[in-house]
Write a protein of this length. Structure first.
Length: 303
């Protein structure tokens, strides 16, 4: 297949591109700066601009573009950047794919477009699969608009899979770098009540799921990219502490997280989803890392 990837410089994209090439696919990368190599092509998602010829002969697009979500207070400008970077990039890709499909309707195309389990909002301890309704908080509504921006591609007959990703476990992931430092300093502990679920997935399985979905012709719509056994924050804390041989007896109070991180803390740290990968499992995908312990071990050893 010929595959175009946006967001190729991020954690997931940086691992995905070499994996796709190892599978024998031809991969091009869409970048917003001046291209530096033959496999790079410039696009301008902010203004919905892309050369139509870039996607004319591609079989698949994997869209991972978007401003990273950081553990920081969310100003109005930052929230607007989170939303517009996702919606504009997805709409640009979807419109270009729709035009390509109209010009060459015989070619079967697929769009794998990033989203997040934040789509569901805070769901407590309820088990969540892909048909669960959207939440009402800011992140959930970002995901709603983000996914809706794929409509032009879907309406043009492109198979669209919406990748609702959980917390990606890898040594280079920001989450693991921050928590790893905190735990090594002996300051690890549960966040708030610790009862909120943290749906995780190893980077290996995140990439594996995308590779699987490229050829899973009967899978479209939302797909939870999460491990099969989500855990609470308290359990996550305990297992991470054991993995790095550090104590986990402290607790960071809810009010402190809310005061320090504001809406980010309330939506992304103190809230959670007990999301399971129902669509992936029914489609026959096999996870390499079935448990959080497996994923943490892989993050530490590179296995």
């Amino acid at each position: 297949m010929k595959i175009a990837v946006t967001g190729a410089s991020g954690l997931i994209g940086g691992a995905l591109v070499p994996a796709l090439r190892a599978d024998g696919h031809a991969v091009i990368r869409l970048v917003r700066r001046t291209p530096r190599t033959a496999d790079e092509h410039r696009w301008d998602p902010q203004h919905h601009r892309i050369d139509p010829s870039v996607l004319a002969d591609v079989d698949a697009v994997i869209n991972l573009a978007g401003t990273p979500i950081r553990p920081r207070p969310w100003t109005r400008a930052y929230k607007q950047s989170l939303l517009r970077s996702r919606v504009d990039s997805t709409a640009t890709i979807s419109e270009a794919l729709a035009a390509a499909a109209a010009a060459d309707p015989a070619r079967r195309r697929v769009l794998l477009s990033a989203s997040a389990v934040g789509y569901y909002g805070d769901t407590g301890d309820e088990t969540v699969i892909e048909n669960h309704p959207a939440g009402s908080d800011y992140l959930a509504q970002v995901c709603v608009q983000w996914e809706a921006a794929t409509a032009p591609a879907r309406e043009a007959g492109v198979r669209v899979a919406l990748l609702r990703t959980g917390l990606v476990i890898d040594r280079s992931a920001l989450l693991m770098q921050v928590l790893g430092l905190v735990f090594r300093l002996g300051l690890g502990g549960r966040l708030g009540s610790g009862r909120q679920y943290w749906p995780w997935i190893s980077l290996h399985d995140e990439i594996g799921a995308m590779r699987f979905l490229l050829s899973a012709d009967d899978v479209s719509g939302p797909v939870n990219l999460t491990g099969p056994a989500p855990v609470t924050n308290a359990e996550f804390t305990r297992r991470l502490g054991a993995a790095v041989s550090r104590p986990t007896f402290l607790t960071v109070p809810r009010f402190a997280i809310s005061l320090a991180l504001g809406e980010f803390g309330r939506s992304s740290v103190l809230a959670g989803q007990r999301a399971i990968p129902d669509v992936l499992q029914k489609a026959g995908f096999t996870f390499r890392h079935q448990t959080l312990d497996d994923a943490l071990h892989a993050a530490r050893t590179g296995d």
